[in-house]
Design a protein around this ligand. Structure first.
Ligand code: DAK
Length: 258
């Protein structure tokens, strides 16, 4: 791959968007490679993914403006679908995904981070949806995910004004969970990922599914989704191991993803 690197450290997979000369902007090739990288993740052994950008300046500075500038209506729709399909794949991916946002997260970059489960960032991170200044709407789910993650009023303010915000404001409005220095960011992401990876993987996966699906429906339906996924855990080895370890006062647990 030219623009994506994938490394495995223990049970954690690290996907890096690696196009630093263009501040990791998303062109079609980057999107296709990200799609292929997700397909290649070994879901039997990997328990958590980290998504980050190469270099010290940018996570992803948006969709590639050069590539987009000449699109026709039909091509624009096709480009939007390509991105949306991949972002949705990430959002519904059976493993938790932590976005380690190491700089600019603008437009499609902010939208990419919002397709991840958890966002943490470096203190030089900058977030924004600058699309209306370019004559377009956010096209990779920004109007939908930002309004769900922060308050609808705050999402509308950020999107209508196209104003960028810094890490501290992103933290204050709940867009990111924590802010670190550049040096601390990846180690913090890896530590969080390791904390997730030690837990029962099917239970973690079911929690992601329950929260993702439950947030789309009313509480009566949501609680049924949770009940079903809760019940499913009782067919797993890992439920027996987790509860067995507690009852036997054992510290070591061997979760097998079964
Ligand atoms: N696209 C392409 N190239 C980019 C880029 C981008 N988004 N952002 C930066 N680059 C390139 C620059 O052109 C420059 O390349 P060279 O000139 O060196 O060849 C290189 O990266 C370094 O950038 P700068 O020289 O500008 O660096 P600065 O530090 O001065 O400024 C900056 C950094 C991030 C403030 C600035 O680069 C900037 O404002 N970039 C654009 C940010 C932006 O507006 N991003 C949002 C793009 S809109 C859709 C689906 C999705 C979308 C739209 C439609 N459909 C449904 C069809 C998504 C839209 C977006 O993401």
């Amino acid at each position: 791959m030219d623009f994506i690197t994938y490394e495995v450290e223990g049970q954690v997979g690290i996907i890096t968007i690696n196009r630093p000369k263009a501040l990791n902007a998303l062109n079609s090739k980057v999107l296709e490679e990200l799609d292929a990288a997700l397909d290649a993740v070994d879901q039997d052994t990997i328990r958590c993914l980290i998504l980050t950008g190469a270099g010290e300046k940018s996570f992803v500075a948006g969709a590639d403006i050069g590539e987009m500038s000449t699109l026709t209506k039909a091509e624009g729709e096709a480009f939007g679908k390509k991105g949306n399909d991949i972002f949705r794949k990430l959002e519904t991916f059976p493993l938790p995904v932590i976005a380690a946002i190491n700089g600019f997260a603008l437009g499609g970059g902010c939208e990419l981070s919002m397709s991840c489960d958890i966002r943490i960032c470096s203190d030089n991170a900058v977030f924004g949806q600058p699309e209306v200044g370019l004559g377009i709407t956010p096209g990779f789910g920004g109007t939908q995910r930002l309004a769900r993650l922060v308050s609808p009023g705050m999402a509308k303010q950020l999107i209508y004004t196209a104003r960028n915000i810094k890490a501290d404001e992103a933290y204050r409005i709940g867009l990111v969970n924590a802010v670190y220095t550049q040096e601390e960011l990846l180690p913090a992401a890896k530590k969080m990922a390791a904390g997730i990876a030690k837990n029962a993987p099917i239970a973690v996966r079911n929690c992601k599914k329950a929260m993702n699906e439950g947030l789309q429906v009313d509480m009566d339906q949501a609680i049924v989704i949770e009940e079903k996924l809760f019940g499913d855990c009782f067919e797993t080895h890992d439920q027996k191991e987790g509860m067995g370890a507690f009852l036997e006062k054992r510290k070591e647990k061997t979760f097998t993803n079964n």
